[in-house]
Design a protein around this ligand. Structure first.
Ligand SMILES: [Zn+2]
Length: 61
């Protein structure tokens, strides 16, 4: 039993894929550019975020 658990643990670490606990979908790592208004100028910040079914419509819009 312990062997099976450790194997699953290794496999998930190897693939670097996170699964969303809410929608049970694999989360895709994407670069998200977010506009940030500071006074009169707009700054763009790049963030690496995980995209799943919960927020894909928001990110890809
Ligand atoms: Zn989700």
């Amino acid at each position: 039993m312990a062997k099976k658990q450790s194997f699953a643990d290794k496999a998930s670490k190897k693939k670097h894929i996170k699964t969303c606990p809410v929608c049970d979908t694999e989360m895709t790592r994407v670069k998200w550019i977010k506009a940030e208004r500071t006074g009169a100028s707009v700054r763009y910040r790049t963030q690496n975020i995980g995209v799943c079914k919960c927020n894909e419509s928001e990110v890809y819009s």
